[in-house]
Design a binder for this molecule. Structure first.
Ligand code: 13P
Ligand code: SF4
Length: 304
């Protein structure tokens, strides 16, 4: 079977079985082409709520599928490839944050959505990279404990100096390994290009950026900009998608190390097996955990 034949088969089966396929923008082109919706973490969670289909297949990582389940508990939600997890989401657990909260009782816990459902049960509000600044600004509380990504947290702190943001040592191992030296070298190699980076990069990289934003915000910026060349400081899929969307523009990867093995774990064959009913993993969360975790997701949607 060719890629196109497999794609057509997936489209036929998903229509027949009333299945919605959601794909994060870091997924490969062959997957985003067959998805009903592609976007960043925040857009995917909003879309999950709107989807009319009774079954949703998430092509992304586990916390994204869990977010869909939290928002649509009546739906059958499948993670297309069960091994796809986000290492950042596993860095801090409920016990650790409960202990930190006891030490800082007057702090509001703001959790990046890249966290487990269990951890969300002890947090006050969730944010995504595209909504973090807006949500933290909208919170009436001044003292914020921002978890787990200290890079996104420090980006938020710079935008909202009036807040007192406490950070812990966590973050994305893929974005955090990009160095200032690499950012400077990429700019020197492409002097006419704009540098667009994800806020999960370290502050030393972010300070050289012409634009900082979520995956979708980076794509929107590049599409709408009059500039013709861009260095993309996030997972390489974003530059690849942009090359198809804007064939007249040039996109360079900030580093060839910007490949998330978890986001790349899902193949078109995984999606095929998930729609056929002999693949993927159905997300199962207990009622009590869902009820408690949903509070901070609902607050995110309300404020974002
Ligand atoms: P977005 O919120 O930009 O979709 O990012 C999710 C993610 O995992 C980034 O590494
Ligand atoms: Fe997690 Fe980083 Fe991969 Fe995003 S790029 S899913 S934050 S490991």
């Amino acid at each position: 079977m060719t890629i196109q034949e497999l794609q057509q088969e997936i489209i036929r089966i998903k229509k027949e079985k009333d299945i919605c396929i959601l794909a994060h923008s870091y997924q490969t082109r062959e997957i985003t082409e067959i998805a009903d919706f592609t976007g960043d973490s925040f857009q995917l969670s909003v879309q999950a709520q709107k989807a009319e289909q009774s079954t949703v297949i998430m092509c992304g990582v586990r916390f994204m599928a869990e977010t869909v389940k939290l928002l649509s508990p009546q739906k059958k939600v499948l993670l297309a490839n069960p091994v796809a997890g986000c290492p950042m989401a596993e860095q801090m657990d409920k016990e650790m944050i409960t202990a930190v909260k006891e030490k800082y009782p007057d702090y509001t816990v703001v959790a990046y959505i890249n966290t487990t459902t269990e951890l969300k049960t002890v947090c006050d509000v969730c944010v995504t990279s595209s909504s973090a600044v807006k949500i933290v600004k909208a919170l009436p509380e001044k003292n914020i404990l921002f978890i787990p990504d200290c890079n996104l947290g420090s980006f938020v702190q710079k935008q909202i100096p009036e807040k007192n943001i406490k950070l812990l040592q966590g973050g994305c191992p893929i974005h955090a390994r990009i160095t200032e030296k690499q950012a400077v070298a990429a700019k020197n190699a492409h002097p006419g290009a704009l540098l667009l980076v994800h806020p999960e990069c370290v502050p030393e990289v972010v300070k050289h950026a012409d634009f900082v934003g979520s995956t979708s915000a980076i794509m929107k910026f590049a599409e709408e900009s009059d500039a013709k060349e861009f260095i993309i400081g996030t997972e390489i899929a974003i530059g690849q998608h942009l090359s198809y969307i804007c064939p007249d523009k040039r996109f360079y990867a900030l580093s060839k190390e910007l490949i998330c093995p978890n986001m790349k774990a899902t193949s078109l064959a995984d999606v095929y097996h998930a729609v056929c009913g002999d693949g993927g993993e159905e997300i199962q969360l207990d009622e009590d955990t869902m009820r408690k975790a949903r509070v901070c997701i609902d607050r995110m949607i309300e404020l974002g």
